[in-house]
Design a protein around this ligand. Structure first.
Ligand code: R5P
Length: 320
């Protein structure tokens, strides 16, 4: 028996389709609210139905334009709080600013921590998110947070392709090896790691050193997000120069900033598989790109949070 009254889902302007797909999974209508900007650039939110004492889920990936959508999320949380919601869960399938999670240069902020503080201060009681850049970001919150993994869905997609057994999973960076290892275990494949060097704050990367064997194998590059595409393309070029055959790229979040979509389309990557954690504008949806929906995953987690059943059991064969 759920502790809170009715479950309600609302969304801002970041990714309405995902919110509607989540509601289809849950078999409930999307909650009615208006979220828009006045001519003075100030965002306004009004929830257009009663949510008193209800279990409210606000679906809003922090998609481009990032600062507008973050602000929408914060204002929606505030509106829900002031409307006496019983509990507010911020459902943030893509957590922007996540790469700013440490002080790795003098006089820089830890913006991921700042964003976590903002969400909490606005009044969220819980957070539901997907495939964080680094798991440690969970600790930036002092409220309960559930992080879902996209890897089981991505691994299943690759299995369905029936590419054969001569495969290798490739991490784009030593820091990302854990995610790739998770994929490799699910595919029963060996792991290789390419060392990535970022060139200052220029959004340019170089990949050179390869640990592991990719020769004559089909390779599956795994990353949390595709920004400019520079990381996965540099990784692909490195492993091709060491003999990798077909190169597939799997990532949770299609940020696809700037020219990424075009550059990836013209790259040696054979196929790019991403989730719908973020919207992809039609002009960025290349022929090589395919989408896996995370709406059922998020919908199931929302249902479980609402009913007080285990979310972890979704990933470990049913045991809590
Ligand atoms: C960074 O460490 C992440 O795991 C991704 O590799 C990175 O965000 C991808 O960015 P880009 O596509 O711009 O290289």
């Amino acid at each position: 028996m759920p502790f809170y009254e009715d479950l309600k889902v609302f969304t801002g302007n970041a990714h309405r389709k995902l919110a509607m797909d989540i509601c289809s999974y849950l078999d409930i209508p999307l909650g009615n609210c208006e979220v828009f900007k006045f001519s003075n650039d100030n965002t306004f939110v009004r929830i257009l139905e009663n949510i008193r004492e209800q279990d409210v889920f606000l679906v809003q990936p922090i998609a481009y334009p990032v600062n507008d959508h973050l602000m929408e999320l914060l204002i929606m949380i505030d509106a829900a709080k002031r409307a006496s919601a019983g509990r507010i869960t911020a459902v943030v399938p893509y957590f922007a600013y996540a790469r700013s999670d440490k002080k790795d240069q003098p006089r820089v902020p830890i913006t991921a921590r700042l964003v976590a503080n903002l969400i909490e201060t606005a009044g969220a009681d819980r957070v539901l998110t997907l495939e964080l850049h680094a798991g440690q970001i969970q600790g930036f919150f002092n409220i309960p947070l559930d992080e879902l993994s996209a890897i089981p869905r991505l691994a299943q997609d690759f299995k369905n392709r029936d590419v054969g057994n001569d495969i290798v999973v490739v991490a784009t960076d030593a820091g990302d090896a854990k995610r790739a290892r998770n994929m490799a275990q699910r595919l029963d494949a060996p792991l290789a790691i390419v060392e990535k060097v970022r060139l200052g704050n220029q959004e340019r990367v170089e990949s050179t050193t390869l640990i592991g064997d990719v020769r004559d194998k089909s390779a599956i590059i795994v990353d949390d997000e595709i920004g400019t595409g520079g990381t996965v393309i540099a990784t692909a070029n490195t492993i091709r120069s060491r003999g990798a055959r077909d190169i597939y790229c799997y990532a949770a979040h299609p940020v696809l900033s700037g020219e990424a979509a075009r550059v990836l389309e013209n790259s040696i990557i054979k196929e790019l598989v991403v989730t719908d954690s973020l919207p992809i504008p039609a002009e960025k949806m290349g022929k090589k790109t395919s989408l896996i929906s995370v709406a059922p995953l998020l919908g199931e987690a929302i249902q479980r949070i609402h009913s007080g059943t285990s979310v972890g059991a979704m990933f470990n064969g049913g045991s809590a």
